[in-house]
Write a protein of this length. Structure first.
Length: 597
């Protein structure tokens, strides 16, 4: 189709001069360019060269047409003396001559009937209707082979042209399951029971489907299985094995598992299958929303979405603070299937009414406990208030404190809860060897250097400090070990460079604060050193969980100040005993005295 450029003022009473290309056979589509405005009206933002190639016309809003699907608007314009009716989507800035056909069912209409523009809130009640179970074995490429248009996949500032369905037959609209009684009854089997016992999988919910013990039991599309196997996976991890069949039933899910369990693909793979069935060709997304606490984790998740969604032509972008807002909005405006975002930046866009979430039908809260620890609960609630009522919600968390239970009860609808490993909120990964040393503050630096010297040269070592100032100081003191520092005051460019140096081994020692390291996904971190004990005990579990990932073993050293850290002694002893680790006598003595040094 020939390209067309259209710019329209928001006021229906105004008429504006625009440039528009006349496509052959009276058909075309367009993306409106970014424009500037002044008190005198709107400007098209076109170059003079482009204007020479376009016929100038007068565009105005047509009378309201109640049969148009939300959020399409009808426009009237004269091209070369002939009046034409156009249709404009203010969310995607796409214009076309063909009248868009509504693919909105009664349930979707209820969730979007109060749409007023990007960022508006749908005042819909969450009323479950219908039961939908994905047809796993269907041809993965079938949806992508229908009518397509060029679409872009975004990875930071780069993009590449791919194809995805934006026109043609509409897939089914997502419906929240009405009742679990509609699911097939699940009978136990010795093989499944043995698998769940071996991997410490427990589930709470009615008719919870069996875990996928192998890739062959999934009936996933062959192209997706090939990508997983090419990445080195030989079987689903326990959290993937149990979360995949639950998510494929369209049910809400709470998954409690320690870091390094493979949770990212635990929700991304069902998201890909969800898109294949529920992607709406009348709207160019986003259909999937993933919220995560930090920039680093957001970038990592989007990288995984791009890597494993490639075969199915799935596009994605990431949104986070510390980066240019304009480029992020442009990426979203071009249309994407998946948005991975930090709550703060996405909420900024919603308040500015520059982003709409009205087509999201699958939402994930990754590391939900950490997002609440960082104070993101108001932003999360604000974001969920702008999501459609008919949606599937998944929550992944390493711990299950009261605050997480409370928000899960409000945002999720009758979720299935699964636990991988111990159900104790303060349980540590048993694959991690924990060394706790009761030590005086002034002896820490010397002991740290001793530990670093004892490690293999190619070992990646993560050192935790509780303050940004100490983080920088340690990196300077450890210059001989090629150490680098990362914390919240570093620019995004510096953070990404430092992480790349750490991943490549050029800076094998990384000194970090809790916020900077949360969500850090670097393979083969062999040693974690807690130079300072964290101010929240839960962070101890998160910190040491940076090693011993993916079935590998790891080692954690912790410097414990018998004075200021004494209040954590009893909990630390409990964690060590629960993981079958040695409890040093000095620590046991402090705990026996009631935490008094």
């Amino acid at each position: 189709m020939a390209a067309a450029i259209l710019h329209v003022c928001s006021s229906p009473e105004r008429e504006v001069d625009v440039g528009i290309g006349v496509p052959p056979n009276g058909r075309g589509s367009a993306e409106a360019p970014e424009s500037s405005s002044s008190s005198g009206g709107c400007r098209s933002g076109m170059s003079s060269e482009a204007e020479n190639d376009m016929a100038t016309t007068r565009i105005r809003f047509a009378p309201t047409d109640s049969t148009l699907p939300v959020p399409w608007k009808a426009l009237l314009g004269v091209v070369d003396g002939h009046e034409h009716v156009y249709f404009w989507n203010p969310v995607t800035n796409v214009t076309q001559y063909e009248k868009p056909q509504s693919s909105v069912t009664e349930g979707d209409a209820h969730a979007t009937r109060n749409w007023e523009g990007p960022g508006s809130v749908a005042t819909a009640r969450r009323e479950p209707i219908g039961v939908e179970i994905n047809k796993n074995g269907a041809d993965w490429s079938a949806a992508a082979s229908r009518s397509t248009k060029v679409h872009r996949s975004h990875d930071g500032d780069s993009s590449r042209g791919i194809k995805r369905p934006c026109t043609g037959e509409s897939p089914d609209s997502f419906k929240r399951p009405r009742s679990v009684v509609s699911y097939p009854r699940v009978d136990s089997s010795p093989e499944i029971n043995a698998y769940k016992k071996k991997h410490e999988i427990t589930a709470q919910g009615d008719n919870v489907p069996h875990p996928y013990v192998s890739f062959d039991s999934t009936s996933f599309p062959s192209t997706l299985l090939q990508e997983l196997k090419a990445a080195g996976f030989t079987a689903p991890s326990p959290i993937q094995a149990q979360s995949w069949p639950i998510a494929q039933q369209g049910r809400d899910l709470v998954a409690i598992a320690k870091t390094g369990s493979g949770k990212t693909l635990g929700y991304l793979v069902p998201a890909f299958l969800h898109l294949r069935r529920y992607r709406d060709p009348a709207f160019c997304g986003p259909n999937i929303l993933v919220l995560a606490p930090t920039r680093e984790l957001v970038i990592q998740i989007q990288s995984e979405a791009k890597k494993f969604g490639n075969s199915s032509n799935i596009s994605s972008t990431c949104v986070y603070g510390g980066a240019d807002k304009r480029s992020q909005l442009q990426a979203i405006g071009r249309g994407v299937d998946i948005i991975v975002a930090t709550p703060g930046r996405l909420n900024d866009f919603l308040k500015a009414r520059t982003v709409s979430l009205q087509r999201v039908s699958y939402v994930v809260l990754d590391e939900a406990d950490r997002m609440l620890d960082m104070g993101f609960e108001p932003q999360i609630r604000a974001i969920f208030s702008q999501l459609p009522a008919e949606r599937q919600s998944l929550m992944f968390t390493a711990t299950w404190p009261r605050e997480i239970r409370s928000i899960a009860g409000e945002l999720l609808s009758t979720p299935v809860q699964i636990n991988i490993g111990s159900t104790d909120d303060l349980a540590a990964n048993k694959a991690i060897i924990q060394h706790v040393e009761v030590i005086k503050r002034f002896d820490k630096q010397r002991r740290l250097e001793q530990i670093l010297k004892s490690q293999d040269r190619d070992s990646r070592i993560l050192v935790f400090s509780s303050t940004k100032r100490m983080c920088d100081q340690l990196a300077r003191n450890l210059n001989g070990f090629k150490a680098a520092a990362i914390h919240g005051d570093k620019s995004q460019e510096d953070r990404e460079f430092t992480l790349s140096q750490f991943r490549s081994g050029k800076s094998p020692v990384l000194v970090a604060t809790d916020v900077a390291a949360r969500g850090l996904d670097v393979k083969d971190i062999r040693v974690v050193i807690n130079y300072d004990f964290p101010t929240k005990f839960e962070d101890y579990i998160h910190r040491i969980g940076r090693t011993g990932r993916g079935g590998a073993t790891g080692t954690a050293y912790t410097f414990f100040d018998g004075g200021q850290d004494a209040k954590f002694s009893k909990k630390l002893v409990k964690v060590l005993e629960g993981a079958n680790q040695k409890v040093p006598k000095a620590l046991a003595d402090i705990a026996a005295r009631g935490g008094n040094f």
